[in-house]
Design a protein around this ligand. Structure first.
Ligand code: FES
Length: 118
């Protein structure tokens, strides 16, 4: 797991794109929240690291063709949509990501709103 630095736009520089591997999860702490980042067809996708079942670490799960399998009890999620393939009503939170000059940035949008309200 890696802790990253925040920037003024809410996007956090988490890693070089070239440091990510296809279908392999990496876990980062962003604004106090653990986020799993996966590279699928060259595009980074960020989801909550905590599985909605019992908070298993999705970033440590196996991932194939964009579908991550939770290492605890095997629930599966499409990292591109956050939805469970067999039940779209079961989903994990997704976060906005972008790539600039080989750097991957992720924004945990609601964390800033929560910070302002407290
Ligand atoms: S904690 Fe992920 S399937 Fe149970």
């Amino acid at each position: 797991m890696t802790q990253s630095n925040d920037d003024s736009n809410g996007f956090v520089d988490v890693a070089a794109l070239s440091d990510l591997s296809e279908n392999e999860g990496r876990i980062f702490e962003i604004a106090g929240r653990w986020v799993a980042v996966f590279l699928v067809d060259g595009v980074p996708h960020a989801i909550d690291n905590a599985c909605p079942h019992m908070a298993g670490p999705l970033g440590s799960g196996t991932c194939s063709d964009g579908i991550v399998t939770c290492p605890i009890h095997g629930w599966r999620f499409d990292v591109r949509t956050g939805e469970a393939p067999t039940n779209p009503n079961t989903r994990v939170a997704r976060f906005e990501s972008r790539v600039e000059r080989d750097r991957v940035y992720v924004r945990v949008a609601d964390s800033r709103a929560e910070d302002r309200s407290t």
